[in-house]
Ligand binder design. Structure first.
Ligand code: KG4
Ligand code: ZN
Length: 362
C-alpha cells in the first residue's frame, strides 16, 4: 500500500475549511460484514439514506448459530454485487463517492476482513478517504439516521446478538455504566429459540409468538435485581427455561409455547427496561437511545416508554437500522471522519470490543 499506509490521515484529504464552513464528502459508502449480513449503503452528508442493501445469510439457520467460515465465504461471494446494488439504487457512479467507511471491529475476523479489504481497495483505487468504523458505535449512530440533530448527553441501551451494554455518552465520549456478565440479550433469545425449535436468529419469531401468550404464566427469574448494579445476567434465565422444559411433555410444550416464550421474553425485557431506567436516574440524564437488533422488539419499546414516563425521552432507530446494516456504518463513518479525519489503509480488524479505542477514534 506504499505511502498510503503511513500514519493517520497521511495523504488523505482532511475536511476543507472555507470561510466558517467545513465541506465534507457529499456521498458516503458504508460497508458492513461483521457477522452474517453483507450490507452496503450510500448516504448523503446530511445523513439522508439513499440506499441500504442487506443480504442476510440464511446458510447458518440449520446450524443454530453463525458458522464463521461460511460467513466469510458468503461475504466474499456477495460483497461486490451488494455494493454495486447500493450504488445503483442511490443513482450514483462509484467515482462520485467521497468517503468509504467499513466495520473493522468487533466481529468475526474472517467476515470483517472481507468488507474492510474491499473498502480499502475501493478507497485506494478512487483516491478517496477511508474510515474504519466500530460496529457498536455504529449501532448507536443508527439513531442519528432518524434524528440527525440528536446531541449528547444521553444514555444508550445497546442490545444486539453479541453485546448488551449500558453506556453514558457525554461530549461524544462513552462511559461504560453496565454490561452483561454472561450472555447478551439477543443471544439469550436466540438460545431459547434453539431450545424450542425456532430457527436462528429467533428474536423476531419469539416476539411474534409471544403476542399470543401470557407474560406472567411462568415466573422466570430476574438476575441482579440490586439497585446499585447496572450489569445484566441472562444465563440463569436460560437454565430456568431448560429446567421448565424438562418438566413438560412435548405436547405440553407445544400447547404452552406462546406462554413460555412470552414469559421468557418478559424476563429479558424487564431486566433491560429496569436497568435502563436506573441508569437514567443515576446519570440524571433525560434521554435514552435504544439500539442493536433487540431494539426491534415492540415489547421492549413499550415497556421502556411506560417506565421512562413523560419526563424522559426515548429514541430508537427505525426497524431496518436496528439490525446490522450499511447505513449505520456510513453514518458513524461520516461522524468519525468529521471528528478525527481519515484512517490509514493499514488499519486492522479486531474481534473484540474496546471502548477506549472508540473514544479515541482508533
Ligand atoms: O444487532 P444485530 O443485528 O447483530 C449483532 O450485532 O449481533 O442483532 C441481532 C440480534 C439477534 O440476537 C436477534 O435474535 C435479535 O437481534 N432480534 C430481535 C428482534 N429482531 C432481531 N430480538 C427481539 N425482538 C426482535 N424483534
Ligand atoms: Zn450488530
Amino acid at each position: 500500500m506504499g505511502e498510503q499506509s503511513g500514519g493517520r490521515s497521511s495523504i488523505f484529504p482532511m475536511p476543507v475549511r472555507a470561510g466558517n464552513d467545513y465541506f465534507y464528502p457529499m456521498f458516503i459508502l458504508g460497508i458492513e460484514t461483521s457477522c452474517d449480513e453483507t450490507s452496503a449503503s450510500v448516504i448523503k452528508d446530511d445523513l439522508t439514506v439513499l440506499s441500504n442493501i442487506i443480504h442476510s445469510q440464511i446458510e447458518h439457520s440449520r446450524f443454530g448459530g453463525v458458522v464463521p467460515e461460511i460467513a466469510s465465504r458468503e461475504h466474499s461471494l456477495k460483497i461486490e454485487s451488494v455494493v454495486s446494488a447500493a450504488l445503483e439504487k442511490a443513482g450514483i457512479r462509484k467515482e462520485e463517492i467521497g468517503l468509504v467507511a467499513a466495520t473493522n471491529a468487533p466481529g468475526l475476523i474472517g467476515a470483517l476482513l472481507v468488507g474492510l479489504s474491499f473498502a480499502k481497495g475501493l478507497a485506494y483505487s478512487l483516491n478517496i478517504p477511508f474510515v474504519a468504523v466500530n460496529h457498536m458505535d455504529a449501532h448507536v449512530k443508527a439513531n442519528f439516521l432518524s434524528y440527525p440533530k440528536l446531541k449528547p448527553p444521553f444514555v444508550v441501551l445497546l442490545v444486539s446478538g453479541g453485546h448488551t451494554l449500558l453506556l453514558h455518552c457525554r461530549e461524544n465520549k462513552y462511559e461504560l455504566l453496565g454490561r452483561t456478565i454472561d450472555d447478551a440479550a439477543g443471544e439469550a433469545l436466540d438460545k431459547a429459540g434453539k431450545m424450542m425449535g425456532i430457527a436462528y436468529p429467533a428474536g423476531r419469531e419469539i416476539e411474534r409468538i409471544s403476542k399470543g401468550g401470557n407474560p406472567d404464566a411462568f415466573p422466570f427469574p430476574r438476575a441482579l435485581p440490586e439497585k446499585a448494579n447496572l450489569n445484566f445476567s441472562f444465563s440463569g434465565l436460560k437454565t430456568a427455561l431448560r429446567n421448565q422444559l424438562y418438566k413438560m411433555s412435548k405436547e405440553e410444550i407445544e400447547t404452552r409455547k406462546a406462554d413460555l416464550l412470552a414469559s421468557y421474553q418478559e424476563a429479558v425485557v424487564d431486566a433491560l427496561a429496569k436497568k435502563s431506567a436506573l441508569a437514567l436516574k443515576k446519570t440524571r440524564c433525560r434521554s435514552l437511545l435504544l439500539s442493536g437488533g433487540v431494539a426491534c422488539n415492540g415489547r421492549l419499546r413499550e415497556r421502556l416508554k411506560l417506565l421512562l414516563g413523560e419526563k424522559n425521552q426515548l429514541y430508537f432507530p427505525s426497524l431496518e437500522y436496528c439490525t446490522d446494516n450499511g447505513a449505520m456504518i456510513a453514518a458513524a463513518g461520516l461522524m468519525k471522519y468529521k471528528q478525527h479525519g481519515a484512517d490509514p489503509l493499514n488499519v486492522g480488524a479486531s474481534a473484540v470490543f474496546n471502548l477506549t479505542e472508540v473514544n479515541d477514534g482508533l
